[in-house]
Ligand binder design. Structure first.
Ligand code: PNS
Length: 159
């Protein structure tokens, strides 16, 4: 069984994330999506809401499991016997920090990081920008799955 993990905050999941998860799901037998909990970052969506949205939009792939984790990504991997982390690289500017994390994670536990070049359609896309644009009434329909768009509208309407 070849396993990999796509980690992130996913607040919320975007079409850019989904592109990477879909491609990982074609390369590996089983793909975990790890919603990493960062207590110092207050998110727009709760961890449970993020998981439910990711589960809904990845259900069609058939080999994707979604879990949250509080701790080091290498421990998530160790506990589930996952040898590979799959990350999207949007631009050269992502590379410095991603390289640092990949080297740290490899040094900590031997886990490998595989970088997938982001589809250029989504090279500018981030959850933070989606939230900012949506907050001010901008159109993000082409950047997130329909169920996430609906959830964003509901969440922002209640704020
Ligand atoms: O979507 P994000 O916020 O860019 O994802 C960053 C994330 C969650 C993948 C990264 O911060 C992470 O792996 N956090 C878990 C804690 C950890 O292992 N830190 C050491 C990284 S070398």
């Amino acid at each position: 069984m070849r396993r990999a993990v796509c980690p992130g905050s996913f607040d919320p999941v975007t079409n850019g994330h989904l592109d990477i998860i879909a491609r990982a799901s074609r390369l590996y037998d089983e793909v975990y999506v790890a919603v990493m909990i960062n207590k110092s970052k207050k998110g727009l969506f709760s961890i449970e809401e993020r998981i439910a949205l990711i589960e809904e939009v990845t259900a069609e792939y058939g080999n994707v499991r979604v879990e949250s984790f509080h701790g080091l990504l290498v421990d998530f991997c160790k506990q589930r016997d996952i040898p590979a982390i799959v990350k999207g690289l949007r631009a050269v500017s992502d590379f410095d920090y991603e390289l640092q994390m990949a080297q740290m994670n490899n040094g900590l536990s031997g886990v490998e990081t595989l970088f997938v070049p982001t589809n250029p359609t989504y090279s500018f896309l981030s959850s933070s920008l989606v939230k900012e644009v949506a907050q001010w009434g901008g159109d993000v329909a082409h950047l997130v799955p329909p169920v996430v768009l609906e959830a964003l509208k509901n969440k922002l309407a209640r704020q």
